[in-house]
Design a protein around this ligand. Structure first.
Ligand code: ZN
Ligand code: ZN
Length: 244
């Protein structure tokens, strides 16, 4: 399985180890014709992109697109889900400069309001440790994902759905199909696993695999996701950014 588009990668603009240029060169060396740089949303206090850098990244990517004809590079952002109402940390700078907006749940995001701190941030972390809270949170987390897709018609992809935030994947996959949102099978994160992928595939949603590379050596690496796809028995034509 080979990537036709490595659509989920990070650089030193968040907490990746390499520059945009180095990530592009790694993709070119591996013969990957399309790359998306998708650093973390600004709502993450430790590794969110400084808002003023979206324009800088845009200009840098436009420059490389003008000099390379063996690769096309897009700018994206992997926004954080920051509220139980599905709010994500996307503002003018992201919308003006990015080609694509993704969103995912990450530990340590900064909630936008105090209400979201105690109603979403605290329970979502506690739900990792305390099983009864986890069970309670599944319904609420699922609602959060559904509200997010309602709220942001431009949302292109949910990164590692259900990872560190348990959800009921069936209604999420159903709405993702309706809203044309891609669901990611991620090289590094546990979810989607084969079980969730099998359930999601019952709906007419499309999938992609993401290397989630934070290092040049990981660009294009999606070997683990191939195992998941095989184990789930999903038709490979449903995975949009690969060839076999
Ligand atoms: Zn992520
Ligand atoms: Zn990522």
């Amino acid at each position: 399985m080979r990537l036709t588009h490595d659509l989920h990668t990070h650089t030193t603009f968040s907490h990746g180890k390499h520059s945009i240029r180095e990530m592009i060169d790694a993709a070119r060396k591996k013969g990957i014709p399309e790359l998306t740089i998708s650093d973390h949303g600004r709502g993450h206090p430790f590794y969110g992109v400084d808002p003023k850098n979206f324009k800088v990244m845009r200009e840098e990517i436009d420059f490389y697109n003008s000099i390379y004809d063996d690769i096309h590079v897009n700018l994206g952002v992997e926004a954080n889900i920051i509220g139980s109402d599905g709010t994500i940390d996307v503002y003018d700078e992201e919308l003006e400069n990015c080609d694509v907006i993704y969103a995912g749940y990450h530990y340590g995001f900064l909630p936008d309001t105090f209400k979201n701190f105690y109603s979403f941030f605290i329970p979502s972390v506690a739900g990792q440790i305390v099983t009864p809270i986890k069970d309670l949170m599944i319904g609420r987390n699922t609602e959060t994902y559904l509200k997010m897709m309602e709220k942001y018609p431009y949302l292109k992809m949910i990164t590692h759905p259900s990872d560190k935030i348990p959800i009921d994947i069936a209604p999420v996959a159903k709405m993702a199909a309706e809203k044309d949102v891609l669901l990611e099978i991620n090289q590094h994160h546990e979810k989607l696993d084969a079980k969730d992928l099998r359930i999601a595939a019952q709906y007419p949603v499309n999938f992609v695999v993401g290397s989630d590379a934070h290092h040049v050596k990981d660009v294009g690496n999606v070997g683990r996701t191939e195992q998941i796809i095989k184990a789930a028995g999903v038709d490979p034509s449903r995975i949009l950014n690969v060839t076999f």
